[in-house]
Ligand binder design. Sequence first.
Ligand SMILES: Cc1cc2nc3c(=O)[nH]c(=O)nc-3n(C[C@H](O)[C@H](O)[C@H](O)COP(=O)(O)O)c2cc1C
Length: 198
Amino acid sequence: MNLNRLIISITGASGVIYGKRLVEVLADTEYHIHLTLSEAAQVTLQEESDVHVDLDRFRMEDFIGRAASNIEYHHIGDIAASICSGSYITEGMVVIPCSMGTLAAISMGLANNLIERAADVCIKQRRPLVIVPRETPLSTIHLENMLRLSQLGVCVMPAMPGYYHRPQNIQGQVDFMVSKVLDFFGISNQLIQRWRGG
Ligand SMILES: Cc1cc2nc3c(=O)[nH]c(=O)nc-3n(C[C@H](O)[C@H](O)[C@H](O)COP(=O)(O)O)c2cc1C
């Protein structure tokens, strides 16, 4: 079954631009996107890109500058949203960027908010889950949480852009990570110049 439903969650790690760019690329595509931002993501969005969104009255225009008919926003406190249930079938989920707090909560199965619950559902249903953690340096706690998730089948994809495609600016570095996420889900994209051999 391929319903083209994908969950994108943005948490309060630095690098909110990664999540924003992923949403921009998938806006107005055939994918039905379920989008949730944490309260801390609202803060980093403001701090890192001067974009202000209201989580209670969310408007795509505020977030990416335009409406997008295929994007369904869910408030992080909406624990009755469709994506809370395993019976609502999706292709999987991306947490981008993923804070160490949300990483820890997911690895322990806390399910205290919509992001943590949707990730928990993906793990229990054996659906693809990509975590894009951002922190440095990493403590043993962070590393152990990542190891636990990896052993559960979660794809841990740290925000570590490569440079072999010779990015000319920050956008080029961001697109490297976004391209990796899209590739994981088999979503065709030409965001970066791919390696063709030395
Ligand atoms: C500007 C800014 C940058 C931050 N960068 C990071 C980061 O890179 N990684 C991280 O784990 N937390 C970072 N934090 C802290 C998280 O936002 C904080 O732990 C928060 O409680 C995470 O909540 P959430 O997981 O619900 O989004 C940052 C906070 C701010 C305000």
